[in-house]
Ligand binder design. Structure first.
Ligand SMILES: Nc1ccn([C@@H]2O[C@H](COP(=O)(O)OP(=O)(O)OP(=O)(O)O)[C@@H](O)[C@H]2O)c(=O)n1
Ligand SMILES: C[C@](O)(CO)[C@H](O)COP(=O)(O)O
Length: 227
């Protein structure tokens, strides 16, 4: 069985709207609903959970309750990784645990359902799979504004979501670092830290994470071009 976890428990501070960014609408639908629909459409996803901030549980549920694959709203933690961990712990208590788990940021509504499926196929082969964009700019490592070194661009990929993993291995990887979860910035880095193999699935550049206000302007352009 393959479950998805859609993390939507953030407050959207950098985006600066009056409501958390997952409830902002694009083309009459909330970002959360647009993201969830991509998982509803995947033939490889059996069920999905949505992780919500404790103050927005009702609104979160209202947005996704019509999807047949939606199972439950889980309350999030104070960092993205703590939110994911809460959902993993919920799944671990189930009699019928998933074999694979596909974790996605609600803030990435432009994910392509075919890419979700590709990441599941790849994770079944390797153990872990991350959608990622190949670097197209020159990339440097910097300290206090000074460039320490320019990195070998052909080896640099920017992680997107979803990130898909063998469930039992990912749970173990999270348990290994449960006291320092907020020091990690995604699920793949936790999985890799535990020594498990993970592959890249090359993703479309437009699967952007809506983070700052200007990203929403870009998102509206994407919708106008591709309604
Ligand atoms: N405690 C948290 C923090 C983030 N997220 C989710 O993780 C994804 C990526 O996080 P980010 O873009 O940083 O969202 P926010 O935390 O909402 O943004 P900000 O850091 O600007 O407040 C988002 O879908 C967000 O809702 C979460 O589930 N739980
Ligand atoms: C998980 C992620 O989207 C991969 O690029 C990213 O690391 C999340 O970062 P954020 O600062 O929590 O938005």
């Amino acid at each position: 069985m393959v479950y998805a976890i859609i993390v939507a428990a953030g407050e959207g501070k950098r985006a600066g709207f009056k409501i958390p960014k997952q409830f902002v609408k694009l083309n009459n639908n909330t970002i959360l609903r647009i993201s969830a629909e991509k998982f509803q459409q995947s033939k490889l996803i059996d069920k999905f959970l949505v992780v919500s901030h404790r103050n927005y549980v009702d609104l979160t549920e209202k947005e996704v309750q019509t999807f047949s694959k939606f199972e439950k709203v889980v309350i999030g933690g104070s960092s993205r990784q703590e939110s994911v961990y809460n959902a993993l712990m919920y799944l671990d208590k189930k009699e019928n645990k998933p074999d694979f788990i596909c974790i996605h940021d609600a803030a990435r509504p432009f994910v392509d359902t075919n890419k979700i499926d590709e990441s599941i196929y790849k994770a079944k082969e390797v153990g872990g799979a991350v959608l990622a964009e190949m670097a197209e700019n020159t990339v440097s490592q910097v300290n206090n504004g000074r460039i320490l070194k320019t990195l070998e661009r052909s080896q640099i990929y920017l992680h997107h979501t979803p990130q898909t993993f063998n469930f039992a291995k990912l749970l173990k990887a999270y348990q290994n670092v449960e006291k320092i979860l907020s020091s990690f910035t995604d699920d793949a880095s936790i999985f890799i830290h535990a020594g498990y193999e993970t592959s890249i699935v090359e993703d479309h550049k437009n699967n952007i994470k809506l983070t700052k206000k200007e990203d929403f302007e870009l998102a509206r352009c994407f919708f106008e071009l591709n309604p």
